[in-house]
Design a binder for this molecule. Structure first.
Ligand code: ZN
Length: 507
């Protein structure tokens, strides 16, 4: 390869200011000969994104944010954005932009805040009087495969050239396992998008592959639905969900609250409602008390319904794995009843056979029922099933932020209740057996609460004054608001038995 001269680089860079380039790059003829050299890598990266300043901080003009194409790129820029909810400026990153009749809109993610708060804002919400941070240069694009640049996984990658690929460099196995997306997308993952990245392909992949895990690609970083209407409620989705792209442009996605079918067109939805004859989840009602009912649904027998449930719940669950391949799962759905039918409040999925002893895979209370004690009831139900199975269980990790809060509260409350009821000494194993919690979860909870003390040469569990005071407060709140509890005698259920053939869809 012929070394590039300064003039050539200038002409390639075109619009970029060479003085700025000189600040970032050391011009070294020798390095330009190496195709994959780090400096050339940066240079190529700049040609790709063209962000002025490359990972640096500086003032930014309105013009520089007007486009999402190189060389002046707004995507990835971090700056101060006015967050109406908290009435203050917060640091945020621009993830996407759209030109609408009303002007340019930016989709921003607030640093250190949950993606739920991501939103579309107009230009006037961006503070351009302060310095902004330009995106870091991406990894250099993979060079063409040649005898001098061998990639150890080049063959397997090329054999799947028609599918979107990640450029993971030396982490070849990741690139090939299309069904297992990276559960912990990093901040710069969108910069690793392959050249043949296509939104349509990506959505199709999410829809049809075994997994609906949050993808590392940009497509899933931007919420794709504006509003959902389900039953009597209109909701604002929190996260991306792979509903068919042609429906996501509708101002409202209408979901039948019983069969969970979805419609972009209100007329078609109304027509459907007139003939839909489902009034409860399509499974066995295994629990009924004064307030709620639980249904058990087999993912293999009710594939469409369960997939629709996964699509709906993806709107409110972010990083958690959601399986589009629903066959290996049972879905336990909690409903409230009225004269119109059984209305879905929340659910959890559970593997028919979990090698890791998980008793919950995904768990969600629909937003319209959150903060009213239903989440804790769902968790309690999952442990009630484990008790019937004679097993100790734990939810699959990672949990969502809200999920973790609910579980912590449940674990604490459950353990404290047992300790208050038991008069004599209780061991950790006994606590686990009585609650169906794993010993790990019991120990972790006790440690978090500072309840394990070292006394006279041995470890003891003790209820601290702080814990007891907290318990009293909780009791008082429950006296006022009412407490939702399960009645184990209302559970009509035997642990189902599955053969290998009925667990998956290979039949
Ligand atoms: Zn329906």
């Amino acid at each position: 390869m012929t070394p590039l001269g300064i003039e050539e680089i200038q002409s390639i860079l075109g619009l970029l200011d060479v003085r700025r380039l000189e600040m970032s790059l050391v011009f070294d003829d020798e390095l330009f000969e190496v195709q994959e050299g780090p400096l050339v890598g940066n240079l190529l990266a700049d040609l790709h994104t063209g962000s002025p300043g490359m990972g640096r901080v500086g003032l930014c003009t309105v013009g520089a944010l007007r486009t999402d194409t190189p060389p002046a790129c707004s995507i990835g820029v971090k700056l101060q954005v006015f967050h109406a909810g908290s009435n203050e400026y917060r640091e945020a990153e621009i993830l996407s932009m759209q030109t609408r009749p009303t002007g340019v809109h930016y989709y921003v993610h607030y640093t250190d805040f949950n993606k739920r708060l991501d939103e579309w804002v107009t230009l006037d919400k961006l503070d351009l009087t302060k310095e902004v941070e330009w995106p870091k240069p991406p990894e250099p694009p993979a060079p063409p495969v040649s005898s001098s640049h061998r990639k150890k996984d080049s063959i397997s990658k090329n054999s799947k050239a028609s599918r979107p690929q990640k450029h993971d460099g030396d982490d070849g196995h990741k690139s090939d396992s299309m069904d297992v997306d990276d559960p912990t997308p990093t901040d710069d993952t969108k910069l690793q998008e392959p050249a043949n990245f296509s939104k349509e392909k990506e959505i199709e992949k999410l829809r049809t592959s075994g997994s609906m895990t949050q993808s590392a690609h940009e497509i899933s970083r931007v919420r794709n639905l504006s509003r959902l209407q389900i039953g009597l409620y209109e909701l604002e989705p929190w996260y991306f969900s792979p509903y068919p792209p042609e429906l996501t442009s509708s101002p409202i996605l209408h979901i039948c609250e019983f069969c969970l079918s979805y419609f972009g067109c209100p007329t078609r939805f109304l027509r459907h409602r007139q003939k839909c004859d489902l009034f409860h989840p399509p499974g066995n009602e295994i629990y009924r008390d004064q307030a709620v009912s639980f249904f058990e649904i087999d993912g293999r027998r009710q594939r469409t319904w369960c997939r629709n449930l996964c699509l709906l719940s993806k709107c409110f669950l972010d990083h958690k794995t959601l399986y589009y391949d629903v066959d290996p799962f049972l879905f336990y759905c909690m409903c409230v009843r009225d004269d119109r039918g059984f209305h879905l409040v929340g659910y959890f999925s559970k593997e028919k056979e979990s090698a890791d002893g998980y008793n919950v895979a995904c768990i969600l209370t629909l937003p319209q029922y959150q903060r009213t004690g239903y989440g804790k009831l769902l968790i309690a139900f999952s442990y009630e099933l484990s008790k019937r199975e004679g097993k100790l269980g734990s939810p699959e990790k990672p949990l969502s932020d809200l999920g973790l809060l609910s579980y912590r509260a449940y674990w604490q409350d459950t353990i404290v209740d047992i300790l208050l009821e038991q008069k004599g000494e209780v061991t950790i194993d006994e606590l686990a057996n009585m609650s169906a919690m794993t010993t790990n979860d019991v120990i972790h909870t006790l440690q978090t609460l500072g309840m394990i003390r070292y006394y006279k040469g041995q470890h003891v569990i003790c209820l601290t004054d702080a814990i007891l005071a907290q318990k009293e407060k909780l009791k008082e709140r429950q006296r006022i608001k009412g407490k939702r509890v399960l009645d184990p005698s209302c559970l009509q259920w035997k642990p189902p038995v599955f053969t290998a053939a009925t667990r998956t869809w290979n039949w």
